[in-house]
Design a protein around this ligand. Structure first.
Ligand SMILES: Cc1cc2nc3c(=O)[nH]c(=O)nc-3n(C[C@H](O)[C@H](O)[C@H](O)COP(=O)(O)OP(=O)(O)OC[C@H]3O[C@@H](n4cnc5c(N)ncnc54)[C@H](O)[C@@H]3O)c2cc1C
Length: 264
């Protein structure tokens, strides 16, 4: 299939990109989700605003203890970053499950979050890390926490005239251990279920993949983990959020595995 005709612009600055964004246009990042959708004519933007030549949108840096990820940073850059491996290992554990190396070489962190597929790994990991999303439009900027950014299936808080410019990830709590575990029919395929966990002496984050239209936070299971409940009980509480009995059993075992991998 071929896409419907569209105009194309390759701005060099964020301001120039924002000047072009409206209801009839779409930002193009890695193109790994948008291009197939356009080829199937499920999206027919009148104009593509290519972000690949915009200066200063692809970076990974530590600022005041937080990790700052520029929106057009490729998956592979995160996977290979020594800073990420050392201080935010959950992102490395999650990103390795995204498709295949060719997809990770093109796909971007911002694109993955803006696309908001409920079975995408990065939104789940970023929700578990309490990430905040920095958005810009011609009217100004705003910062949106993960639970408000991911609104529903393929839907985020982004407006048509807004760009996701940066993702801010707070430092992990002292002594935190993390794990990302998922089940896919074949390696590199979209996952059927999965979980990201962060566990520390007085902290637990347990976020499920494939359990709803957005990353699903297992708050009751987190509270039980902090209160000292055993892994089987914590896993059962998390899995109770899943409606399908087969997927519930799968989720329970994935959560159990993730907690064990995180050394709990
Ligand atoms: C065969 C295959 C397998 C895949 N497997 C997986 C997988 O297992 N897990 C997974 O998570 N993903 C998977 N993907 C998708 C891949 O990770 C994509 O890279 C990702 O979903 C989108 O990122 P992108 O940079 O390619 O975005 P694009 O395709 O360029 O854009 C996606 C959407 O986000 C919007 N957008 C992009 N950047 C911004 C921005 N900065 N601000 C506002 N809006 C923006 C676009 O307008 C578009 O609507 C797979 C893709 C393919 C082709």
């Amino acid at each position: 299939m071929k896409p419907a005709p569209f105009a194309y612009a390759a701005p060099r600055t964020v301001d120039a990109a924002l000047a072009l964004l409206d209801d009839d246009s779409k930002a193009l990042a890695g193109g790994q989700s948008l291009v197939p959708i356009m080829n199937f004519r499920l999206a027919r933007p009148a104009r593509l605003v290519d972000l690949n030549r915009v200066d200063g949108l692809a970076y990974l840096r530590r600022r005041a203890g937080t990790l700052r990820i520029g929106a057009t940073t490729r998956h592979l850059t995160v996977e290979r970053s020594a800073l990420v491996a050392r201080a935010w290992p959950l992102l490395r554990q999650a990103v390795r499950h995204v498709g295949h190396p060719q997809i990770r070489a093109r796909g971007t962190i911002g694109g993955s979050c803006a696309h908001a597929d409920p079975t995408a790994e990065l939104p789940v990991a970023l929700a578990a890390l309490d990430a905040r999303f920095h958005l810009r439009s011609r009217a100004g900027s705003r910062v949106v926490p993960a639970p408000e950014f991911f609104v529903s299936h393929l839907t985020t808080a982004l407006r048509a005239d807004e760009l996701l410019v940066e993702i801010e990830v707070p430092a992990l709590p002292e002594g935190a251990r993390t794990a990302f575990v998922e089940y896919a029919r074949t390696h590199g395929d979209w996952a059927l279920a999965g979980v990201a966990v962060v566990v520390a002496p007085q902290h637990a984050a347990i976020v499920l993949l494939g359990a709803g239209p957005t990353p699903v936070r297992a708050a009751e299971a987190e509270a039980a983990a902090v209160a000292g409940a055993g892994n089987a009980e914590v896993a059962a509480l998390a899995a109770a959020l899943v409606r399908d009995p087969w997927k519930r059993a799968l989720t329970s075992s994935l959560v159990g595995r993730a907690l064990a991998e995180a050394g709990r």
